[in-house]
Ligand binder design. Structure first.
Ligand code: GMT
Length: 379
C-alpha cells in the first residue's frame, strides 16, 4: 500500500506512535510518506520505503495566524497526486483529518482518510465549543476511525453523540528494542548504588501533574534513599524546578530534558510515576513496563486498560499523593515484589502490546477501509 501519514513531529506519544507505525509498515514493504511541518523526532535515520515531505509555511503580514491547515492540505494533494497514495492516516483529528478532507475535495478522488484519536484531541481540544462541530465532522467523515483505548472510544461516542464504528487499536512498543539491559555506567551517573531510582517521562503539560510526581518523591525520600529522574520538557518545567528547590530536593532530582535514547535510562530505573489527570493510553508507562519498570499511576482514562493493579504496578485516585507514595515505598523496600511486578509488566507488554501484533491490526484495518465504500455522515 501507499500510505500518507500525517502527524505531529514533536516529543509526544501520538508522534511516536505515528512514526513507529510508519517505520514498521515500511519494513513490511509498504510505501510510507510522512507529512508534517518538521521531521518527526523518531525518524532519524535513512530507511527504505520511507519519505518525508515537509509542509512549507508561507508568511504574509495580512495573516495574523499561521495557516497550517490549508498548507498541509496542499502538501497532501501534492503527495497523493504524485505518489498515488491509497490512503492518508491522520494522527490527531484537528487539523490533520480536516486538511486531508480538503485535499480529497481538491483531488476529486475518494482518497481514503483514516483518523486515529489519541487523547486531548477528544477529551479537551475537541470539546471547545469552537471546535466541537469540526471534531464531530472529522470523525464522521473519516473512512475509518481508531482510538487508542476503549476509554477513548467511549468518550468519543458520548462526548460527540456519534454513532460510528470506532476501532480500538491500542498503542504499542517494540519489545525487542525496549527491553531491560543493565547499564551500570549509566545508572552510576544518576544515583549511588545504594539509592533507588524513580522516573517520570512526559511533555510537562498540566495534565501530567508533574507537581504530584515531585511531591510523591518528597514523601518517598523521607523513607527510602532515592533519586528522581524527570525526562521531557514542556510548559510546567520551570514551575517544577521551582517546586523542587522549595522542597529542598534539588540535590536528588535530575531534569534530563528531552531524551531520544530512553532504553538505557528506563533500564536504570526502579519505578515509574504517572499521576496524570487525563491519559487516554499512557505510552510512556508501556515503554517502562517493557523495560521491567513497575508503574504507579492514577486511575484515569486508559491507564487501567494498560496496567493491572497489584500485578504490573499500582493504581490510585488522581491527586492521592500519600497513597502513591505508600505504594512506591512498598515496592522500593521489597525487591522481590518489585522484580515480580517488573516481570509481569514485561510479559503484559510482550503479549498484548508488541509492535508486530498491533501493526498487523492497522494493516488489516487499512485493507478493510479500502474495500469499503466512502464514509457518509449521519444527519
Ligand atoms: O493528546 C495529547 O495530549 C498528546 C498526545 C501525545 O501526542 O502525546 O498524548 C495522547 O496520546 C498518546 C499516544 O496515543 C497517549 O499515550 C497519551 O495517553 C495521550 N495523552 C493524553 O490523553 C493526555
Amino acid at each position: 500500500m501507499k500510505i500518507g501519514i500525517v502527524c505531529y513531529p514533536t516529543y509526544g506519544g501520538s508522534g511516536v506512535i505515528a512514526t513507529e507505525l510508519g517505520k514498521a509498515l515500511a519494513a513490511r514493504g509498504h510505501q510510507i510518506h510522512f507529512i508534517s511541518y518538521a521531521q518527526p523526532m523518531r525518524l532519524d535515520e535513512y530507511l527504505d520505503n520511507v519519505s518525508y515531505h515537509e509542509v512549507e509555511m508561507a508568511s504574509y503580514p495580512l495573516f495574523e495566524f499561521p495557516l497550517y491547515t490549508p498548507a498541509l492540505a496542499s502538501k497532501i494533494v501534492e503527495v497523493a497526486r504524485f505518489e498515488k497514495l491509497d490512503l492518508v492516516h491522520a494522527h490527531y483529528a484537528i487539523p490533520h483529518a480536516i486538511s486531508a478532507f480538503l485535499a480529497r475535495e481538491i483531488l476529486r478522488t475518494h482518497l481514503k482518510v483514516i483518523t486515529t484519536l489519541h487523547g486531548t484531541d477528544i477529551t479537551l481540544v475537541g470539546l471547545e465549543p469552537s471546535f466541537l462541530p469540526v471534531m464531530k465532522f472529522s470523525i464522521e467523515r473519516s473512512d475509518g476511525v481508531t482510538a487508542v483505548s476503549r476509554f477513548l472510544r467511549e468518550k468519543t461516542t458520548t462526548n460527540y453523540n456519534i454513532n460510528k464504528d470506532i476501532r480500538v487499536i491500542p498503542n504499542f512498543v517494540d519489545t525487542g528494542k525496549y527491553r531491560r539491559v543493565e547499564h551500570p555506567d549509566v545508572r552510576a551517573k544518576f544515583a549511588p548504588a545504594e539509592e533507588r531510582v524513580l522516573i517520570h517521562v512526559s511533555n510537562f503539560r498540566p495534565v501530567k501533574r508533574v507537581h504530584d510526581v515531585i511531591k510523591i518523591f518528597g514523601e518517598v525520600r523521607k523513607k527510602v534513599p532515592s533519586r528522581l529522574l524527570l525526562v521531557g520538557d514542556g510548559p510546567e518545567r520551570s514551575a517544577c524546578e521551582i517546586l523542587t528547590r522549595e522542597m529542598n530536593l534539588q540535590q536528588h532530582v535530575r531534569f534530563l530534558g528531552k531524551q531520544l535514547e530512553l532504553v538505557p535510562i528506563l533500564s536504570s530505573a526502579d519505578l515509574m510515576l504517572m499521576p496524570s489527570q487525563s491519559e487516554s493510553f499512557g505510552l510512556s508507562a508501556l515503554e517502562a513496563m517493557a523495560c521491567e519498570v513497575p508503574v504507579i499511576s492514577s486511575s484515569v482514562g486508559g491507564l487501567p486498560e494498560l496496567q493491572v493493579h497489584g500485578e504490573t504496578g499500582y493504581i490510585a485516585e488522581i491527586g492521592d499523593i500519600d497513597r502513591m507514595a505508600k505504594y512506591a515505598v512498598e515496592l522500593l523496600t521489597n525487591e522481590a515484589k518489585r522484580r515480580q511486578f517488573g516481570n509481569a509488566g514485561r510479559i503484559r507488554a510482550v503479549e498484548n502490546f508488541d509492535v508486530g501484533k498491533i501493526v498487523s491490526m492497522y494493516e488489516e484495518y487499512y485493507t478493510e477501509c479500502l474495500a469499503a465504500g466512502p464514509a457518509v455522515a449521519a444527519g
